[in-house]
Design a protein around this ligand. Structure first.
Ligand SMILES: Nc1ncnc2c1ncn2[C@@H]1O[C@H](COP(=O)(O)OP(=O)(O)OP(=O)(O)O)[C@@H](O)[C@H]1O
Ligand SMILES: [Mg+2]
Length: 452
């Protein structure tokens, strides 16, 4: 990245010269612009990787208005812009950050700070480009269909189309496997932020002591293990969408740290005193009952209010029977392609079996059942037999059999492992216990599992 091109935009020739010397000696290619018009022309023609933009072009102005205007014009080019402001004009800098600048430095600059900021911004922009590339690849590779034929799903679809282009925060509720993550992707795709990244954070998976570093990033040396600069998720999702998955699992002690950035729109990278402005749209999801958690004082009400501007509750699959047939057809197509099988049809007896099942694992379980059926079907038609749902249904509908508790526990775990096709994380979700709790029981009962 050292060969990146940097445009220095300043009306003061001495400043351009000093910056040019400093940055060329670091291996950057430099272009210069001395007035607003030149900045726009050079940016469009030379497509620099980064712009250092002075806020006051004409010497007699100090309002920074000129810089803000140029900033606005440069926005569509999606080039990281570092503002140069006079010492003490923090308000102007924050204003600039809100208008889309990536960072600011104060004149006279500290060499190390300036070089660090340039490095960091080039890295973020490079990661974003990569992310964009991956997303296009992913989109082309697996066009994930979004099936919604039932009344409740059509109502959700209508709401999503209306609110996706707004910046309203959305909270998605629903049982495991109902499609919360897919819906979050869909909202992002239909939003005005679709060109910027969607960054997901699994709130259940971040160790407490790394929470701030993960979200806000850190600078080298900020704490003992901080050997490198780290870019936080807020910065990675800049101008895009941040998806807080499993928000109900966010420990109470960490909730104030998240609340603060949601309330003020500002945060600090660990080890830096510079204030960053958050520009993200927030989507959160959980299968937990957040109101109940609030009443149990396990979730802060003020945080909930920040997240739930709009709430979408995805109903469980058993309550939207009209989606079963289109889902079955869509998954059969998908898995026939995946396993290079000629297109299979689904017999009416299989469809009615699918409609009768209670689907505790919702669409994820549904997808696994169809995948298995596609693999098992040799002829041209999937019948009820290949769905292998008998045992599950029989167990579900039978009255509870009186048996030793341990034996019942073992059976339940075996069933969950079978529904989840041996995937421990998913089986744990079906049983609503932690992954570690499930591992302990698998060991205890001697049930085989693949280590992940
Ligand atoms: N409406 C839908 N149409 C087609 N496929 C769907 C739909 N909803 C969910 N799926 C598929 O079902 C699977 C589970 O969905 P997803 O992971 O989004 O559920 P989730 O609610 O986020 O689950 P978890 O609670 O475990 O996080 C995914 O493979 C997803 O692509
Ligand atoms: Mg999910």
């Amino acid at each position: 990245m050292q060969s990146a091109t940097i445009l220095i935009a300043d009306d003061d020739e001495d400043i351009r010269l000093a910056l040019n010397l400093l940055l060329s000696s670091e291996g950057y290619r430099i272009i210069e612009a001395s007035d607003a018009k030149e900045v726009t022309i050079q940016s469009a023609q030379q497509q620099p990787d980064l712009i250092l933009l002075d806020m006051n072009f004409s010497r007699d102005t100090t309002s920074g208005q000129e810089g803000l205007e140029i900033l606005k014009q440069l926005q569509p080019l999606n080039i990281p812009i570092i503002l140069m402001t006079a010492w003490g004009s923090i308000e102007l800098a924050v204003n600039g950050l809100q208008q889309g600048a990536s960072d600011f430095i104060e004149k006279p600059w500290n060499k190390l700070k300036l070089l660090n900021s340039i490095k960091q911004q080039l890295k973020v922009s490079h990661l974003k480009e990569q992310n964009q590339g991956y997303r296009q690849l992913l989109a082309a590779d697996k066009q994930k269909p979004w099936i919604c034929q039932s009344k409740s799903m059509l109502a959700i679809e209508q709401l999503v189309e209306q609110m996706a282009p707004t910046d309203a925060n959305v909270l998605i509720l629903g049982e495991n496997g109902t499609g919360k993550s897919l819906l979050a992707e869909r909202i992002h795709q239909l939003s005005l932020r679709q060109q910027a990244p969607l960054i997901a954070v699994n709130m259940a998976a971040i160790p407490d002591n790394l929470f701030e570093s993960e979200l806000f990033g850190h600078q080298k040396g900020a704490f003992t293990d901080a050997k490198q600069n780290r870019i936080g998720r807020f910065q990675l999702a800049d101008k895009g969408t941040l998806f807080f998955d499993e928000i109900g699992s966010l420990p109470l002690v960490l909730q104030p740290k998240l609340l603060r950035v949601l309330e003020t729109g500002q945060y600090e990278i660990l080890g830096s005193s510079q204030t960053q402005v958050a520009n993200v749209r927030l989507i959160s999801a959980t299968n937990a009952d957040l109101n109940k958690l609030v009443s149990e004082q396990a979730f802060r009400q003020d945080l909930l209010y920040r997240l739930n501007t709009l709430v979408i509750t995805i109903p469980p699959l058993r309550e939207r029977l009209a989606d079963i047939v289109p889902l079955a057809e869509s998954f059969v197509d998908k898995f026939c392609q995946k396993y290079h099988k000629a297109n299979l049809s689904i017999a009416p007896c299989a469809l009615s079996k699918l409609q009768q099942h209670s689907w505790p694992g919702n669409i994820r379980e549904f997808s696994h059942v169809i995948e298995r059926a596609v693999l098992l079907t040799m002829g041209g038609e999937i019948t009820a037999q290949q769905l292998l749902l008998e045992t599950i249904d029989d167990n579900a509908s039978n009255a509870v059999v009186l048996q030793p508790l341990e034996q019942a526990e073992k059976q339940l775990i075996e069933k969950a492992m079978s529904v989840a096709q041996g995937q421990v994380i998913e089986a744990a979700k079906l049983l609503e216990i932690s992954r570690n709790a499930l591992y302990r029981r698998l060991e205890k009962f001697g049930i085989n599992y693949a280590s992940e």
